[in-house]
Unconditional design. Structure first.
Length: 286
């Protein structure tokens, strides 16, 4: 798989940018209209009135690239807390959940303005057991979708399942213009990592992404058929059936397996999903 040299060069610079941003972590926060950046980020919370959120978005855009050192340091801090507390305890903390969502919303507000942070975000996306994986993956999609697809596709081959999982999730959320990711998503569909819960989630996001991207049916459909036939996780079999339906006529070869699953699968939810997939596919034939 080949990627544009310019994009690869940008990613290689990640270490350099990373040092620059990290060294700035002790600097005071940017101030706008008498309020620190962290207060504006808190105002992005969906629980705040819409008017408050919109004002915060404008403030963060005005702060612009001066916000990036703080945001990068906050992501690193959250990642360390994730490692110390464990994922379950981290997500059970309302404060940490709000801080994480705040980072996502801040990058969404900045959009392309945050492009200088792309190399640092790629670095964080690929960091081992770093709770910043998910924020970094999302932020990339908000800054530059084309660059994000390339970075996320590469992250699907990372040895750390956290990076693969975050990448597959965002590729599923993007849902289009991610054709180059299909071969790596197919590989993730066969993941058998020791972390069973994370591996199952990765296979699920990969199956979903393949259906929504909808390209390379010659490879994607057989992979989804195999997942429907062989995966022991009920959720993956359901997702595989639904994704096959999204290929429409192209999924003709899946009809026998879907028929078998609709009557013989041990789980009623899988049988229901397979039955619906059959209806959707057959409806496209004369």
């Amino acid at each position: 798989m080949k990627f544009p040299r310019q994009t690869i060069g940008m990613i290689v610079l990640g270490g350099i940018i990373f040092l620059g941003i990290s060294c700035a972590k002790h600097e005071p926060q940017p101030i706008y209209n008498g309020r620190p950046l962290s207060d504006w980020v808190k105002d992005l919370n969906y629980k705040r009135p819409e008017e408050v959120q919109n004002t915060a978005k404008q403030a963060i855009r005005q702060i612009g690239t001066n916000s990036l050192p703080f945001l990068a340091n906050e992501m690193i801090t959250l990642g360390k807390l994730w490692e110390q507390m464990g994922a379950a305890n981290f997500w059970n903390s309302d404060e940490l959940m709000d801080r994480t969502l705040g980072m996502r919303n801040a990058f969404k507000a900045l959009g392309p303005i945050a492009k200088p942070a792309v190399p640092e975000l790629v670095h964080l996306l690929n960091s081992a057991t770093n709770g910043a994986n998910t924020v970094a993956a999302y932020a990339l999609t908000q800054i530059d979708p084309q660059t994000a697809v390339i970075a996320l596709t590469q992250a699907l081959t990372n040895e750390f399942i956290g990076a693969r999982l975050s990448a597959a999730n965002e590729l599923y959320e993007m849902r289009s213009n991610a054709d180059i990711a299909v071969p790596n998503l197919i590989k993730c569909l066969n993941d058998n990592s020791p972390d069973k819960e994370a591996s199952s989630a990765l296979r699920g996001f990969s199956a979903d992404a393949l259906g929504f991207i909808g390209s390379d049916p010659e490879k994607a459909i057989p992979a989804l058929i195999e997942a429907l036939r062989q995966d022991k996780d009920i959720r993956i079999r359901i997702t595989a059936a639904r994704s096959l339906a999204k290929f429409g006529k192209s999924a003709r070869s899946a009809i026998p397996v879907l028929m078998q699953a609709s009557t013989n699968d041990a789980d009623s939810h899988v049988r229901f999903a397979a039955t619906n997939a059959l209806k959707e596919i057959k409806a496209q034939f004369p």
